[in-house]
Design a protein around this ligand. Sequence first.
Ligand SMILES: NC(=O)c1ccc[n+]([C@@H]2O[C@H](COP(=O)([O-])OP(=O)(O)OC[C@H]3O[C@@H](n4cnc5c(N)ncnc54)[C@H](OP(=O)(O)O)[C@@H]3O)[C@@H](O)[C@H]2O)c1
Length: 233
Amino acid sequence: VAPTAEPVCVIGASGPLGSALATRLAHAGVAIVVGSRDEERARETAARIAETAREGAQVTGFANADAVVHAEVVVLAVPFAGQAATLKGLRDTMRDGQLLVDATVPLAPAVGGRPTRVLGVWQGSAAQQAQELVPGGVHVVSALHTVSAATLGDLTQALDEDVLVCGDRREDKRRVADLIHLIPGLRCVDAGKLEAARIVESLTALLIGVNGRYKTHAGVRVTNLPDELWAST
Ligand SMILES: NC(=O)c1ccc[n+]([C@@H]2O[C@H](COP(=O)([O-])OP(=O)(O)OC[C@H]3O[C@@H](n4cnc5c(N)ncnc54)[C@H](OP(=O)(O)O)[C@@H]3O)[C@@H](O)[C@H]2O)c1
């Protein structure tokens, strides 16, 4: 597998979702830059992901603010309780034109509530809060909320599910879809503007309930869509 030209930074790659995504992308040949609050943990995480992904995988690790410098696409996979502080810490090093892919779910455990419930976020969603916190020239796309880290992180498991992608600019969503489509079995669906993220984020809470009931790692599939979802017109 030839590495793609564009590296991807994953903030929170030491956690289940970030680690799973980074591993799948590295497996597909994408160079990964791991970001962590702790530089040593970033390096350890990078080594672990590289080992799991495949021989020759390009995975490096830096403290969060340094990590974002190395990629045009930055994935944010941290708990809602840490989202604002994390983004404030990236303000000085994120630059115009970068894309932030926000996977944050404002689950109620952030304030001691149940994981089957979401919190109301003043801006409408965690993704819209992210857009408010990044520098002006950074665009936010919301994605990956309904993909279970357990399934994504297990390279022996075949994936077969949709990723609902929200964002205010179609070209940004297509860029994210092109990236996610490097992972076999994931199909991106344009789920509308960034404001629609409030609906998608709440689906995670719904799926956590379903998973508990059926002892599984459920995803979503939108039916009756055309074959080509990302045509340029
Ligand atoms: N797990 C899933 O299946 C899944 C699926 C869809 C969406 N999500 C969402 O994706 C995000 C990440 O999920 P996760 O389960 O991987 O989360 P997690 O394990 O709780 O956290 C991920 C990483 O974020 C960093 N972190 C932890 N607490 C933090 C804080 N207070 N401030 C800043 N950084 C902090 C840690 O990395 P460092 O210590 O290295 O900085 C941690 O390893 C969450 O918003 C979650 O709701 C998860």
